[in-house]
Design a protein around this ligand. Structure first.
Ligand SMILES: Nc1ncnc2c1ncn2[C@@H]1O[C@H](COP(=O)(O)OP(=O)(O)OP(=O)(O)O)[C@@H](O)[C@H]1O
Ligand SMILES: [Mg+2]
Length: 224
């Protein structure tokens, strides 16, 4: 089942001489349950593609359908809700709020989702156990290692049980063993039926992916 469909999507930044083509004529169908890696040199459009897939940014032209529904049709007031329902985001530098505890960081997406306090607590407890973070619940990010921070970021990305996880270099800031653990977590989530789309520079970590998409100058130049 196709859940995400890009049809001739272009993204242009800036105007006239300053114009940059972030993405150029991208056609891409993503099926439920796929584990996809996006690779390519710096500036090739990987983050731009991920942002458009996650509705954090929008095409300059072309069409993007989520479950057959055009993102242009999503009106502004339900965009955040839809985004939150469909997508979990994992970014390279974790993007945790440093004054917040682990608990509070993981709770953020639930604030959009209208969930009772008691259910929130149960959900958070559950995800903390799953990611081996139960003893860190009241710590702040600076009291954690890089791998632990990345696990908090993953906990936050999956707390709402999204269908699709978008990860921008999820292992980029981690040592090899910690990167392996994070990759293993993503593989488990994929086995649970989540669709995973991961940007990476590291070909080593693409071994669980069932498709590798290579970008250059905003175009798909190879699919492996
Ligand atoms: N907000 C923006 N305004 C103007 N140009 C942008 C903006 N975001 C990205 N670009 C340009 O679009 C192109 C693609 O950028 P993008 O961030 O998608 O690359 P990337 O493949 O993720 O690179 P990296 O591996 O370095 O993260 C680059 O030329 C970049 O300079
Ligand atoms: Mg990038």
């Amino acid at each position: 089942m196709v859940i995400l469909n890009l049809d001739k999507v272009c993204k242009v930044y800036g105007k006239e001489e300053g114009k940059v083509e972030g993405l150029n004529n991208i056609d891409l169908e993503i099926k439920k349950g796929e584990f996809i890696a996006i690779i390519g040199p710096s500036g090739s459009g990987k983050t731009t593609l991920l942002n458009i897939l996650g509705t954090l940014d929008f095409p300059s032209s072309g069409q993007y359908l989520i479950n057959g529904e055009s993102v242009e049709e999503f009106n502004k007031c339900n965009l955040a809700k839809k985004r939150n329902k469909y997508f979990g985001f994992i970014v390279q530098n974790f993007a945790l709020i440093k004054e917040y505890t682990v608990y509070e960081n993981i709770e953020i997406p639930l604030n959009y989702a209208n969930i009772k306090t008691r259910d929130r607590k149960a959900k958070i407890k559950n995800v903390l156990e799953r990611l081996g973070l139960s003893d860190k619940v009241n710590k702040t990010p600076k009291e954690l290692s890089g791998g632990q921070c990345q696990r908090v970021a993953i906990a936050r990305a999956i707390i709402n049980d999204p269908d699709i996880i978008l990860a921008d270099e999820p292992t980029g800031a981690l040592d090899k063993d910690t990167a392996e653990q994070i990759l293993e977590l993503l593989r488990e989530l994929n086995e649970d039926g989540k669709t995973i789309i991961m940007v990476t520079h590291n070909l080593d970590i693409t071994r669980y992916c069932n498709r590798i998409i290579k970008l250059e100058y905003g175009k798909i130049v190879e699919t492996i």
